[in-house]
Design a protein around this ligand. Structure first.
Ligand code: NAG
Ligand code: NAG
Length: 385
């Protein structure tokens, strides 16, 4: 069985360690397989974790997955009477593609999991998964402590070796939110390497706006028209997490109507124009992730690019209920290149200031999802950023 590009990349990353460290950690590393047993924890993308909801007596039927924002405590919670939990926490099998499109399961790091298993990794032994509740951002209360426990468990099960964390797309957001909430000495002790693949940067991207206007293409339910999910989507903390920021987009007009343009400086006005109340804009104004916070553990940042990506949205008549006309620019098809670069640059600055390893790789013609799905992509030359 030939290994997938991502597995080869992982192998390649491990080989990048300085020789003495490398010999210390992987004395038995063979040139063929990956007989390296650093425990590994996967964090797959947005639609991948499985959530279970239980309705109690206090529940009255409405949008059962909606979140309620508590502006006094700046917190989100479930509707009264709804209890939710993430299924299969701890397992690399805790992620599955919901849209059931052939071949799409690989979007949820399934091919990487299978390759790791073929190389000798075992779920619950050397391989783990940390599914999250994707409605929250940063991760829901309790998630940080749970993942910390999982990391410690994975390490102690493997001779106290530090752990490798792999996050793709919103899974990268979850793993970053987790890491930056832990004490630095803890990170230094337990984390060997962090692999961030196509993270949606906190510096923002245009699809965040399209999801608010045209419905969430990342959160579909087969039987429900996407526009009917829009009100539900707008209650999620994650929906407002990556609004375009001036750091990445400056004064460029991003949303264009015949009467008024909105740049990244005007996102509050845009939310009001979309029908948000002043209260509903508060989580956007107070979001914690406005500032980039580097993980300060050895990190590899892998992004795709060279794919046409919506960069300006034209709602000429000012009707935000009709799909916009897109003006395209560079990116990974989902996230704009300007933002991927701004985020990478700030991560590098903070990592280097603290003398922590940071490597950025851009893969030409790799899309946001294709980067973990398509065999040919990682055969491309890596361009170091
Ligand atoms: C909005 O931006 C477009 C594109 O840059 C520009 O042509 C137009 O004049 C601007 N409109 C307004 C009302 O500022
Ligand atoms: C990316 O795709 C374009 C169009 O298909 C092609 O011309 C170009 O050579 C590709 N770039 C790389 C580095 O493969």
């Amino acid at each position: 069985m030939s290994s997938t590009p991502l597995l080869r990349l992982l192998h390649f990353l491990l080989l990048l360690l300085p020789a003495p460290l490398h010999d210390y950690y992987f004395p038995r590393l063979s040139s063929g397989g990956l007989d390296v047993y650093h425990p590994l924890i996967l964090f797959a993308g947005f639609g991948c974790p499985d959530l279970e909801a239980r309705l109690t007596e206090a529940y009255t039927p409405s949008e059962q997955m909606a979140l309620v924002y508590d502006s006094v405590h700046n917190e989100y919670r479930n509707l009264a009477g709804v209890e939710t939990r993430v299924l299969n926490f701890g397992s690399a099998y805790g992620f599955s593609e919901k849209q059931m499109v052939a071949d799409r399961e690989n979007l949820c790091l399934v091919s990487l999991r299978k390759e790791l298993e073929a190389a000798g990794y075992r779920d619950g032994d050397t391989l783990f998964g940390a599914p999250y509740d994707m409605r929250y951002a940063p991760p829901a209360e309790g998630y940080v402590a749970r993942v910390q426990e999982l990391v410690e468990h994975a390490s102690s099960k493997n001779g106290d070796k530090p752990v490798i964390l792999v996050g793709h797309s919103f899974g990268a957001t979850a793993v970053l939110g987790f890491l930056t909430s832990t004490p630095l000495p803890w990170r230094n002790k337990f984390i060997k390497h962090l692999l961030l693949i196509s993270p949606p940067p906190p510096t923002g991207f245009m699809l965040t706006i399209t999801h608010l206007t045209s419905g969430p293409s990342v959160f579909q339910i087969a039987t429900v028209p996407i526009m009917e999910l829009r009100p539900l989507w707008r209650t999620f903390a994650s929906a407002l997490l990556a609004m375009p920021s001036p750091v990445a987009f400056g004064h460029k007009p991003l949303v264009i109507t015949k009467h008024r343009n909105y740049s990244a400086y005007h996102m509050e006005d845009l939310l009001l124009a979309l029908g948000f109340t002043a209260d509903q804009t508060l989580p956007f104004l107070r979001r914690r992730t406005l500032d980039v916070e580097a993980p300060l553990v050895p990190t590899t940042y892998i992004i795709g690019g060279g794919i046409k990506t919506p960069e300006q949205l034209v709602f000429w008549e000012g009707d935000f209920d009709v799909p916009p006309e897109n003006v395209y620019g560079d990116g990974d098809g989902t996230v704009n290149m300007a933002s991927l670069l701004a985020f990478g640059k700030e991560l590098r600055r903070q990592q280097e200031r603290n003398n922590v390893h940071f490597k950025a790789l851009a893969i030409a013609n790799a899309s946001h999802a294709g980067i973990v799905m398509e065999e040919h992509l990682l055969r491309m030359n890596y361009m170091e950023q």
